[in-house]
Design a protein around this ligand. Sequence first.
Ligand code: ZN
Length: 68
Amino acid sequence: MGRIDKGVNCSVVGCSEKAIRSISSEDASQAKLNIGDAKRAYLCKTHYKELKKHLRKDRRLQKWRWNQ
Ligand SMILES: [Zn+2]
């Protein structure tokens, strides 16, 4: 996870921005990002932000459940 080669584009379908991060396909599907059937996803700045937003939300939801 983390650093990627230069010149890789974002894996999200319909996006052609330059990727800054690579993530696992599980993380991508958890954040509901459409990466087709890629095993590894490369994300641009925008989609990485979106991913973090989704994952944070999920975590908060889990915590809330555990506290009940
Ligand atoms: Zn993107």
